[in-house]
Design a protein around this ligand. Structure first.
Ligand code: HEC
Length: 292
């Protein structure tokens, strides 16, 4: 009994001391960036310089530890010795299809993070024809990290000939994925930078939904498709097999069951994403899908 009391007193002391020590290093060491629409915010090291991509239809911001590093970034150059950077992106999970990422439904946060990191940062065969391996990236194993109460992410590191990075990936809300990436010149990734990837991730907030972001991204992609042949002569099944499987597999289509109006809405959304169908082909595809 006595022992138990002592342990709980020790615990109370530890817990009481914790917020104080967090506060002691907080505040003047970090600043909070908030997006213009107020939906997105993240903490970054005080005094760092930010580069916000205003054109991006999703939260996309980079912070660098010096103005010189910022200029190198603007000029499209690689990081130099001494540079440190923090990159934060929030994307709709559905958008990952375009990187060729498909996530198993029962994947753990570490597996999700590893899948996304390896697809987004190192597309397969990232070597050029001359066998140049300078773009090749080696990843660590990804592990689970606790980012807050009930919030778990995946964390790992990546190293190439140009830079070394710490990557934290997690789900900040329904249908969303956040990528928080800190980087330095190869060989200069410090423990502080690794910790920054996780603490920035833990501070991140996004109040929008994955669906809104997806619409914002895809809204810009709607194109006119050429008018052409008539629907009678068109084979809906062949069109689906040919034009509907460039971004995802046929399985995704086979799994869905909809009426004609439902398929019309889906097919139009896919055309918005970039599916290539003129109006006659669109009719043929809708007719085929709703007749199955
Ligand atoms: C340019 C890429 C692209 C092409 C081409 C494409 N899709 Fe999709 N598809 C997506 C994306 C992204 C999603 C996930 C987001 C969503 O559901 O809006 C998706 C999801 C789906 C879904 C699951 C969601 C639902 O509403 O049931 C179905 C079914 C589907 N697509 C059918 C089709 C059909 C049919 C075609 C051909 C007309 C097609 N796709 C062509 C990108 C594409």
């Amino acid at each position: 009994m006595m022992k138990r009391v002592v342990i709980s007193i020790a615990l109370v002391l530890v817990l009481a001391a914790m917020p104080a020590s967090l506060l002691a290093q907080g505040d003047d060491e970090f600043e909070t960036y908030t997006s213009e629409d107020g939906l997105f915010s993240v903490d970054y090291p005080a005094g760092w310089f930010s580069n916000v991509d205003e054109e991006a239809p999703f939260p996309f911001v980079i912070f660098l530890n010096s103005e010189a590093a910022l200029q190198r970034l603007d000029a499209g150059e690689d990081l130099a010795s001494g540079d440190q950077g923090l990159l934060v992106i929030v994307l709709p999970t559905d958008f990952l299809v375009f990187f060729g990422v498909t996530l198993a439904e029962d994947a753990t946060p570490a597996e999700v993070a590893e899948t996304i990191a390896t697809m987004v940062f190192a597309p397969e065969g990232a070597t050029d024809d001359t066998g140049d391996t300078s773009e090749q990236v080696k990843f660590s194993e990804f592990e689970e990290v606790e980012l807050g109460e009930d919030l778990v992410g995946g964390f790992g590191t990546a190293i190439s000939q140009k830079e070394e990075a710490a990557i934290t990936i997690f789900t900040p809300g329904e249908g969303l994925v956040a990528i928080v990436y800190t980087a330095a010149f190869t060989g200069e990734l410090t423990d502080d930078l690794k910790a920054l990837s996780q603490s920035a991730a833990a501070s991140l907030a996004y109040d929008g939904t994955g669906e809104d972001l997806m619409n914002a991204i895809m809204g810009g992609a709607i194109e006119d498709t050429p008018e052409g042949s008539t629907s009678e002569s068109l084979d809906g099944a062949a069109l689906v097999a040919e034009r509907c499987t460039t971004c995802h597999t046929a399985e995704r289509i086979d799994r869905a069951s909809k009426d004609e109006a439902g398929w019309a809405a889906t097919v139009d959304r896919m055309i918005g994403y970039g599916a290539q169908l003129n109006s006659a082909e669109r009719e043929a595809v809708i007719a085929y899908l709703s007749s199955r």
